[in-house]
Design a protein around this ligand. Structure first.
Ligand SMILES: Nc1ncnc2c1ncn2[C@@H]1O[C@H](COP(=O)(O)OP(=O)(O)OP(=O)(O)O)[C@@H](O)[C@H]1O
Ligand SMILES: O=P(O)(O)OC[C@@]1(O)O[C@H](CO)[C@@H](O)[C@@H]1O
Length: 306
């Protein structure tokens, strides 16, 4: 079984307007509310790929109830831990004429010691052969060691983990050998406090994540595609041409496509191909991509050694 952990899920309030004028009243052309959060997006893509997953995390308050209602439409298996503070609302603004996406993400609820413990105890059933995907920001009073504690616990129970987070929280988990890490190229540069001049430098720094313990390293580069870097090789997936509608969740979709395919095939290149297809398919969709879109985009992706 794959478990996804979204510590800090959200209602994603996606607003589309022609132009965003800050300091003025702006009116939307179209708006939707989606059940958001990185692990949720991973579970949603896995559902499209017919791969079973259970979504875990903290939910609370009236916004938490609405989040669960929105999520119910997707028929995912879930086991959330209830908390007393409200689930956050994240605002995503797509200014169509300006071709600009602006995101404002809430801080999310504070988690009490009891709620934290209840969540950790809920992982007792995770075991041999399971994969746990941990993705997204932590709630405001959870320290960076939260992911590390989970990784240690589920590993002791025989499961593997994938982590999609940034900064020190990511670096701390590398000695535990995560199955996959997927920083985007900006996050990779920040990790090492460098600026990349070319693709070769990105590959060099991605390899440092392998040296520190990651089993597979993907680097996503939005409209420039993605890289899969192994000890002695590197592969590039192109980003097919298409109309970008809402790229929120493209990175999560890539992780879902990679992890789901890897669990079934153990073939990193085929998994990368599917990951890239899911990422671009989501960028070309209003919401997280559906299977038909993924299949269409898959045929337009080429994986080349670089
Ligand atoms: N404009 C685009 N055109 C085509 N493919 C795209 C585009 N944006 C994203 N993708 C695909 O999706 C992958 C993941 O996107 P991106 O690099 O934006 O991830 P991210 O920064 O983790 O995003 P997020 O946090 O919003 O999920 C890219 O590597 C690429 O394959
Ligand atoms: O604030 P975080 O946890 O880093 O990111 C949360 C978020 O931006 O990530 C998803 C897209 O990747 C969205 O569904 C959600 O709103």
């Amino acid at each position: 079984m794959i478990y996804t952990i979204t510590v800090n899920p959200s209602i994603d309030y996606v607003l589309q307007l022609k132009n965003l004028n800050t300091g003025e009243v702006n009116r939307t052309q179209n708006d939707v509310k989606l059940p958001g959060g990185k692990g949720i997006n991973v579970s949603r893509i896995m559902k499209e790929l017919k791969i079973d997953s259970t979504a875990l995390g903290f939910v609370g308050g009236a916004t938490g109830s609405m989040f669960l209602e929105l999520l119910a439409q997707h028929n995912l298996k879930t086991a959330f831990t209830k908390v007393s503070e409200d689930t956050r609302i994240n605002v995503k603004i797509n200014a169509v004429d300006q071709k600009e996406e602006t995101e404002i993400n809430g801080a999310g609820p504070a988690i009490t010691t009891d709620e934290r413990q209840k969540f950790i105890d809920g992982l007792d059933g995770v075991g041999d052969g399971d994969i746990v995907v941990m993705a997204g920001s932590l709630c405001k009073n959870l320290d960076a060691s939260f992911y590390l504690d989970i990784a240690k616990k589920i590993q002791a129970q025989g499961a593997e983990f994938i982590i999609d987070t940034t900064g020190q929280a990511l670096l701390d988990t590398l000695p535990l050998h995560p199955l996959v890490v997927k920083p985007n190229h900006h996050e990779l540069a920040e990790l090492f406090d460098v600026e990349f001049k070319d693709q070769q430098e990105i590959i060099t720094y991605a390899r440092k994540l392998l040296e520190k313990g990651a089993k597979h390293v993907l680097i996503s580069m939005a409209g420039d595609g993605a890289l899969l870097v192994t000890k002695d090789k590197a592969y590039k997936a192109n980003a097919p041409k298409g109309t970008v509608i809402n790229s929120v969740g493209a990175g999560d979709s890539m992780i879902a496509g990679f992890a789901g395919t890897f669990m079934e095939t153990k073939d990193p290149i085929e998994s990368f191909h599917m990951g890239a297809a899911c990422g671009s398919a989501t960028a070309f969709s209003q919401d997280i991509a559906v299977k038909e879109k993924i299949d269409e985009v898959y045929k337009q992706i080429n994986i080349t050694e670089v």
